[in-house]
Design a protein around this ligand. Structure first.
Ligand SMILES: [Zn+2]
Length: 159
């Protein structure tokens, strides 16, 4: 094991707490920025990550620590990236579903407004028909004019 003075000046291997990429850090620094994902991380945690990963590998195979370590961190990184993209795709699907729901809701709203509009239109037509029916008996000749311009009642009275 290296002495304290040596440790102070040397970079030590660490694992990025964000992406799992293997980086070298200055243990005297509190934080560092990952060269893979650009995320700042706590140096102590990253070193801890590295030792945990290495301890695991050592437990599995003490002979091929380095090769296995590299492969494992590579596959770990790859796996993490893959699960990340899976997560992204899931997120996209979720958004798409939410969007579809929103579109459906909007369509239902428009449909509802159309129904209300048609109902109002029908009600207006019914009222117009009732009014026309009332005055129609008195002014059968002015019926057409009356429907198109219901505001011109004085004109209808004049003739
Ligand atoms: Zn990283």
């Amino acid at each position: 094991m290296s002495n304290e003075n040596d440790l102070r000046t040397r970079l030590v291997p660490a694992i990025c707490t964000q992406c799992g990429g293997q980086v070298e850090v200055d243990p005297t620094q509190e934080a560092a920025v990952c060269k893979y994902c650009g995320t700042p991380f706590i140096v102590e945690k990253a070193i801890q990550n590295y030792s945990i990963q290495n301890a695991k590998i050592e437990h599995v195979d003490t002979v091929n620590i380095n090769t296995k370590g590299t492969a494992e961190s590579f596959f770990g990184f790859l796996g993490e990236q893959m699960s990340e993209s899976r997560e992204v795709r899931r997120e996209e699907r979720r958004e798409q579903r939410a969007l579809d729901r929103e579109t459906q809701k909007m369509f239902m709203k428009i449909f509802g407004y159309m129904m209300i509009g048609m109902f109002v239109l029908a009600a207006i037509m019914f009222i117009v028909q009732v009014i026309r029916g009332d005055s129609g008996e008195e002014l059968p000749a002015e019926q057409e004019t009356y429907i198109e311009e219901p505001a011109e009642t004085p004109g209808a009275n004049a003739s």
